[in-house]
Ligand binder design. Structure first.
Ligand SMILES: [Zn+2]
Length: 132
């Protein structure tokens, strides 16, 4: 494969992912051959090996797949949530649920993505869907 191949020029998939997040757009690559989404973003579909990927904006809807509480002393910020969320589109990512006590986060909870841009590399956290 030539090093001048267009697929390997320009920003890599991780950089594209962050650039979208900076524009408040939560997107992931979708394979145009097997139609699966994947996370973390890659150049090649991890499901079928295709290079035929297209970035698609996600619904932001997901469901808590697993959850745990990291315990810290209150003077060090108190405990916080770490979870895996399965997105409506299929991929699962590690994140945290905010806006609710970590101990109240349960497997199966419906959550919505929030783009957090407090750090250099933006990241996605989740909040509970109200009334669920
Ligand atoms: Zn594929």
């Amino acid at each position: 494969m030539s090093s001048t191949d267009d697929r390997f020029n320009g920003p890599g998939p991780d950089q594209i992912y962050y650039n979208y997040l900076r524009e408040d757009n939560f997107s992931l690559p979708q394979c145009q051959d097997c139609h699966e989404f994947h996370f973390y973003p890659r150049v090649v579909c991890p499901h079928c090996g295709s290079f035929n990927l297209e970035w698609k904006t996600l619904s932001g809807k997901g469901e808590v797949y697993s959850t745990t509480t990291i315990r810290r002393k209150p003077e060090r910020g108190g405990h916080y949530n770490v979870c895996h969320v399965t997105l409506e589109e299929g991929p699962r990512l590690m994140s945290r649920v905010e806006g609710v006590d970590s101990l109240d986060v349960k497997i199966g909870d419906k959550v919505t993505a929030v783009i957090n841009k407090d750090s250099d590399d933006p990241f996605v956290t989740f909040t509970p869907v109200q009334g669920d």
